[in-house]
Design a protein around this ligand. Structure first.
Ligand SMILES: C[S@@+](CC[C@H](N)C(=O)[O-])C[C@H]1O[C@@H](n2cnc3c(N)ncnc32)[C@H](O)[C@@H]1O
Length: 304
């Protein structure tokens, strides 16, 4: 059987295994039924992104049939209480892509939450009212500038949260936000700590980098914070294994190492996996601030 292309062990004995392999084949051959707790991923969107080897422009009908096949493989390997977080976006001239994908996956999954990944936002002081922390207009984050008069700048993407039942319990406060008005704490039975549910709009900026070609040599990544928040929302205590079928340069693997959970990834492009393994090594070699003890899930399943 083909060995993983790269294997690393983190400081909590979590294991990262990256396979240089087509994900449909890999999921079918390598992963047992129900062996994965969370899938968090971003597939190619079929919008002509210049990947190193993958051709990101095929007829829409073929693309949707392929995405559905990926979904079917995920359905098999995901456990019954698992979460499948799918990050997708469209383009201003083809905004139906995420909805078409969601409709295909609707045949197999319940859509439990729709999260908006906000990449950039502007908030006028005048619209906010009397918040002591906000002293002026705010305009933060990165966005894709769009020329012309028809379309707005593209400032967000979707994270569809699919589950098998639509009833998977989540650890909402793990990605919660502190109350602005602290008098809310204790006002309701549920508000026992200084945190409320964040809701489904998540502002997640890209990490600031100095040299894109060296540090992020891939045309379409998500920030490490995105898989990190998805994993926390599902619940660290219930997470043994995370899968990313489209691993790219390893953002999901890095999120898993930060959180101390094991991760399996597939990627068809060796160049991207080489970058992923370099990023992982450099993360593991870097000095870390002493971490809080992480909640421990049950031992890893037989797949690892
Ligand atoms: C949107 S990118 C994912 C980027 C990743 N989230 C990151 O932050 O680095 C999609 C990736 O899927 C890879 N890919 C395309 N078809 C694949 C397949 N059948 N199996 C595995 N990987 C594939 C592409 O090479 C590309 O790197």
């Amino acid at each position: 059987m083909k060995a993983p292309y790269y294997v690393a062990t983190g400081s909590h004995n979590e294991i990262v295994m990256l396979y240089l392999e087509d994900c449909i084949e890999g999921m079918g051959k390598r992963l047992q039924k129900g062996s994965v707790d969370i899938v968090v991923t971003s597939p190619p969107y079929n919008i002509g992104v210049p990947y190193n080897s993958y051709q990101d422009q095929v007829p829409r009908k073929d693309y949707l049939a392929w995405i559905e096949k990926v979904g079917e493989k995920i359905l098999r390997v995901l456990n019954d209480d698992g979460s499948f977080f799918l990050n997708v976006g469209g383009t201003p001239s083809d905004p139906w892509i995420p909805f078409d994908i969601a409709q295909r996956l609707r045949r197999h999954f319940a859509l439990q939450n729709v999260i908006h990944w906000v990449k950039s936002i502007a908030i006028g002081k005048g619209d906010v009212g009397n918040y002591p922390n906000i002293t002026g207009d705010i305009a933060v984050g990165h966005y894709k500038p769009i020329a012309g008069q028809r379309f707005l700048h593209d400032c967000h993407e979707y994270i569809f949260h699919f589950t098998k039942t639509g009833r998977v319990p989540l650890d909402r406060l793990a990605v919660g936000v502190p109350y602005q008005d602290k008098s809310n704490i204790g006002r309701w039975n549920r508000a026992k700590q200084d945190k409320r549910c964040r809701g489904n709009t998540w502002f997640i900026p890209y990490e600031t980098i100095r040299d894109r070609e060296r540090e992020r040599p891939h045309p379409s990544t998500f920030p490490i914070g995105l898989p990190e928040m998805c994993i926390k929302l599902h619940g660290l205590i219930r997470t043994r294994v995370v899968l990313d079928p489209f691993m790219g340069i390893g953002s999901t693997a890095l999120a898993c190492l930060r959180l101390g959970v094991s991760c399996i990834g597939f990627e068809i492009d060796q160049k991207y996996l080489d970058v992923a393994s370099r990023r992982i090594r450099s993360y593991l070699d870097s000095p870390k601030p002493s971490r809080l003890s992480l909640p421990q899930a049950e031992p890893s399943p037989a797949t690892l």
